[in-house]
Design a binder for this molecule. Structure first.
Ligand SMILES: [Fe+2]
Ligand SMILES: [Fe+2]
Length: 262
């Protein structure tokens, strides 16, 4: 878990990262929207759950949280969900119905606190409307990002993630080529299905976001990015025809372990 930082006066980033030996880093972000009805977006990874709770408490009193929005039920987004629901008794759990049902197979989700959303549905957080938008790339069928109409930010879940060479608090601090390459690798590895989609068909999937044109993208797996939406969409358009990502195999692992021992 890294130190929380302010993206805007009303949005705080709760960042963490996973080191990928030989490749770089994968950021893992959760966010707090300091709306009239405060919203936590995702709940970090389970392995740094204690630190996550500590960091969260430095930004907001969990008792004040009104919403916990789970973009999808992958473990890097739901790490502290049970602790949060306990610490934040006034918060409702906003998520896709399938995400809730899948989580309910692992632990008893309090159904009276759940709020089910599909693409296009929304909630009011008092001073803003938060609309569920399915991002063009996703690794889990329950994925819903969030468009915040007050800050003109799109919380994009796994979409626009990147394996990056150095950690940063702003995507603009990364070298453009390295960022584009890291985004292509992540997109290919996280969403291998995209290689089965004709590029011109996938290009149409990007239209929703092109039209929405959010000022900023807050991905779970990228440093915050402002005024880069058009450029990012152009990068994603290249994914179907890009070189498919191949995960390291046992020979690579043996080599890495050997290096660690020496
Ligand atoms: Fe995911
Ligand atoms: Fe993720």
């Amino acid at each position: 878990m890294d130190k929380a930082f302010e993206f805007t006066p009303d949005i705080e980033v709760l960042p963490s990262h996973v080191p990928l030996p030989g490749m770089g880093y994968l950021p893992v972000n959760a966010f707090i929207i300091k709306a009239d009805e405060p919203v936590l977006v995702d709940t970090g990874t389970g392995r740094d759950s204690d630190e996550f709770m500590k960091t969260l408490r430095m930004v907001v009193d969990p008792q004040e949280l009104k919403w916990v929005w789970i973009t999808h039920d992958d473990s890097d987004h739901t790490g502290s969900i049970q602790k949060i629901l306990e610490a934040a008794p006034k918060a409702r759990l906003a998520a896709n119905a399938l995400a809730v049902m899948r989580m309910n197979a692992a632990w008893p989700v309090p159904m009276d606190r759940v709020y089910w959303l599909n693409h296009g549905d929304g909630i009011s957080a008092g001073d803003r409307k938060l609309t569920a938008i399915r991002p063009p790339l996703f690794d889990n069928p329950t994925t819903i990002g969030i468009y915040d109409d007050k800050s003109d930010v799109f919380f994009s879940a796994d979409c626009f993630g990147a394996i990056i060479p150095t950690l940063a608090q702003d995507a603009d601090d990364l070298k453009e080529d390295a960022l584009a390459q890291g985004m292509l690798s992540w997109a290919s590895g996280d969403c291998p299905w995209v290689h089965a989609i004709p590029p011109e068909v996938f290009a149409r999937q990007l239209d929703t976001l092109r039209q929405l044109a959010p000022k900023s993208i807050l991905s779970a797996h990228l440093p915050p990015a402002s005024r880069m939406t058009a450029k990012f969409l152009d990068t994603l358009a290249l994914v179907p025809a890009s070189k498919p990502f191949i995960a390291p195999n046992q020979a690579v692992l043996d080599q890495m372990m050997g290096q660690t021992e020496n």
